[in-house]
Design a binder for this molecule. Sequence first.
Ligand code: 4AD
Ligand code: MG
Length: 478
Amino acid sequence: MFNKRVKIKDLLLTEPIGQEAVVMGWVRTFRNNQFIALNDGSTNSNLQIVVELGKYDETFLKRITTSASLKVVGHVVASMGKGQKLELKASSIEILGDSDAEKYPLQPKKHSLEFLREIAHLRFRTSTFSSVFRIRHSLAFAIHKFYNDKGFVYLHTPIITASDAEGAGEMFKVTTLPFDQTPRKEDGTVDFNEDFFGRATNLTVSGQLEGELAATALSEIYTFGPTFRAENSNTARHLAEFWMIEPEMAFYDLEDNMNLAEEFIKYLIRYAMEHNREDLEFLAQRLEEEEKQKPQAERSEMGLIEKLEFVMNNDFERITYTEAIDILLASPAYKKKKFKYDVSWGIDMQSEHERYLVEKHFKKPVIVTGYPKAIKAFYMRQNDDGKTVAAMDILAPGIGEIVGGSQREERMEKLEERMKEMHIPIEEMWWYLDTRRFGTVPHAGFGLGFERMVQFVTGMTNIRDVIAFPRTPKNAEF
Ligand code: 4AD
Ligand code: MG
């Protein structure tokens, strides 16, 4: 019954005027008992269904409400109306599922994004969210295409791990131990020998360490999977569960790493521009309207499409951390005490600092290298100055940090020394250190936050609006 259905997107594209077609979808609006705007999620463009006057009785017509689902058979005809090239003259309409107009929470009007977050199970039915999720899909597909075309191997790293890759301690525990009768050792600490894995485990914060194991044999790998961070950050760019792409490459130094990351980001933007033009134009329009609500000084200088074209066609700025701090210290914002957090060499830059650099100073994406070792992870390659590491972060306008990466410390003694300093359990990490023990090689990699990338491409200001069911502090609905 269903496989004869044609998708509305294809129908609008191929324009089979005069032919019979079967469509299925959800009603967006129904005007004058005559014109149904039908949407099936393949495109934001609705198909206009023309209902013959007098053919259906009143009770039937009353059931054609917003979000009722229909199967319509009809003839494709050229449209006389404005706004569409063709329409479907219905010969039969079947209601697949009724939708009580009184109870249906989405009305054919503008709803706030905050309200839509509360009904995230239905927000796919809005134009904004169907555009966002089609673009998210496209980007996910493009990621695999980019690395596959380059001969990288897609590696599935574990979701449950015993190590803390970033050493930041922001992990969700994974356990089957009972809360009420937790087994304890003599010293009173929890006895994880009794736990499912016989040891303490948690949800992964990054697949990097396992990625390095594979890269030091397969040369070039990438991961693309969910990662988890129990950081209590209630911001527009943090999720407790987010997706990350982590390429890891043997025989790459920091510069090779930066080149790959820049090429990758530009590729993803170009892919969306070529494959999601209609959705991007819709979102650009919506962003423009949102911008009009803001005071002049806070509005962005470029529209969404313009911004994406600019980023695609210009080199990213490359500066060192030390240069970044100097720019901040010399900035009018610093002198007028506009920053909430203080600036000095050694700070972990706050998002206000990162955004000043990209949005006010350079007005383009910036790659910052050579961070102080004290604020970065143990595995980053130490520079000869004894103070900095071969790290690189990419900062993007409107987002802040979108990529974090580094060249890895491949020298055994240096790595062990740093692990000791940072109290990383060396014995437990024997498997990681084996890569340095047996045929160590210079290597590098980075992590791109997928949702931040989707935010950048779609122009959505809140990260909760680019993942279907966001997980944030005090929120795990749906
Ligand atoms: O900078 P991060 O913590 O780097 C790593 O995890 C490394 N192991 C990556 C690597 O070298 N293989 O995270 C990488 C990126 C960030 O730049 C950011 O885009 C994103 O992941 N990210 C988050 N996105 C959403 N919510 C959060 N809580 C995020 N934390 C990091
Ligand atoms: Mg980072």
